[in-house]
Design a protein around this ligand. Structure first.
Ligand SMILES: [Zn+2]
Length: 425
């Protein structure tokens, strides 16, 4: 798919210091040691294109953007990939409800997502692929899993062919990423696309690999699998393998993807004899009006509506920054007011520094240190608040100091590290 237009990132001279991120599997903050020295391979689970781009989406993709910027700042290259789930039950159900073609819904919502990512100055992924685009590779991958003996068929009552499931017990990896008990898994599996009660399955947690064609659903010819469409998890394994190779370094997404999506993606990879990601950082959920922002509850705050109403997208990024990416938090009007006033204060401080020729290597270094320590943006915000509060001429040295060729200008650092443009636009 065509991705969006990336902002220009002008990184500071490489720090050479490692980035540390929280890993949901080990439940610890770990130093990211790339499998290929000098290159981090980063996979971000993309949207199902409807109800985009709500604030939960924005929090996830801005966090992934911060990871990318942290790696760039440390001096390693990044190869990134992101999918678009344009073939899956929730999208098809929404298209049916709204009486439009699923392709049109996916195209419209993907375009909206792209324009929102551009507004938020999120760096575009190197590989951006939809399920429908990746279909040949997905069919080949499911066939490999079948040929390896990890797939079995389940009878259908409403299709000519049979459905294919992954024999998850045989992989021996169920629960490896999430670390949950079966009881914990059972609590969320049905509401996250699972079908534990489907008759004929060997294990309630076996995930769908390939769904035989049904009346009124999109389907593709798939050789020995029969005509149909893929299950959810296999798409990311296919796109990750094609774009990054497996195993790779980091897989990220919302915390509701820990199980089943990321756990089961790793099991799919295990079925073809491969490891999956090394580190799994997950973003918290964003609530609104007391409940998790979700499509089913309809309590969504959209980036595009805020921007159309006059909100500066950089103020939205500052609201996101005020919360550590792993925490759950609630969007409120007060949050937006605080982000907007911060943006004004930071811009005034940037103008003050420019007028006095002030450079601040101490502030820049504190920002970089916060970012590389598990994206500690609340700490960075505290540093910036203090910087903005300073009185020009008293608290700062007006003497320009060049260090390692770095400009040490706070506005340039904020742009490179956090994607926030402080120049007046
Ligand atoms: Zn995914």
């Amino acid at each position: 798919m065509k991705s969006w237009t990336s902002p220009v990132v002008a990184p500071l001279p490489a720090s050479g210091l490692p980035v540390r991120l929280h890993d949901s599997r080990s439940r610890e903050i770990q130093e990211v040691r790339p499998l290929t020295p000098g290159l981090v391979r980063l996979y971000t689970c993309g949207i199902t294109p409807y109800d985009s781009t709500h604030m939960g989406h924005a929090a996830t993709y801005v966090a992934a953007d911060l990871m990318r910027r942290a790696f760039l700042d440390s001096g390693v290259r990044v190869r990134s990939a992101q999918n678009v789930t344009d073939v899956d039950d929730p999208l098809l159900e929404r298209a049916d409800r709204d009486a439009i073609a699923w392709q049109d819904l996916a195209a419209d919502q993907s375009a909206l997502f792209s324009s929102d990512m551009t507004a938020l100055r999120v760096v575009a992924p190197d590989t951006y692929r939809s399920v429908s685009e990746a279909m040949d590779g997905i069919i080949a991958l499911v066939t490999r899993i079948r040929d390896a003996g990890f797939a079995y068929q389940v009878e259908t009552a409403d299709a000519d062919g049979q459905d294919w499931y992954l024999d998850i017990t045989r992989t021996g990896t169920l629960g490896d990423v999430c670390g949950w008990s079966r009881e914990e898994m059972a609590q969320v599996f049905p509401e996250r696309g699972g079908d534990p009660d489907r008759p004929g399955k060997r294990d309630p947690f076996d995930p769908l690999l390939w769904r035989a064609a049904r009346e009124g659903e999109p389907s593709w010819e798939a050789g020995v699998l029969g005509r149909g469409r893929p299950g959810w998890h296999v798409e990311c394994v296919c796109i990750a393998e094609e774009a990054l190779g497996m195993p790779f370094d980091v897989q990220t997404g919302g915390s509701d993807l820990v199980f089943p999506h990321h756990d089961m993606s790793a099991s799919h990879a295990a079925a073809i004899g491969s490891g999956f990601a090394t580190i799994y950082p997950h973003t918290g959920m964003v609530a609104y009006e007391g409940e998790k922002m979700s499509k089913s509850k309809g309590n969504l705050v959209f980036v595009s509506r805020l921007v159309a109403g006059g909100t500066d997208p950089m103020a939205i990024r500052l609201v996101l920054m005020a919360h550590h990416y792993r925490t759950d938090w609630e969007w409120t009007d007060e949050e937006l007011r605080a982000g907007t006033s911060r943006l004004a204060a930071y811009r005034a401080a940037a103008s003050r520094d420019a007028a006095h020729g002030i450079v601040r290597p101490d502030v820049v270094e504190a920002l970089r240190a916060a970012l590389r320590e598990d994206l500690d943006t609340p700490r960075a915000i505290a540093v910036l608040d203090a910087w903005a509060d300073e009185d020009a001429g008293t608290a700062v040295s007006p003497a320009p100091v060049e260090q390692d060729g770095a400009p040490d200008r706070v506005d340039l650092a904020v742009d490179a590290l956090f994607g926030i443009e402080l120049a007046e636009v």
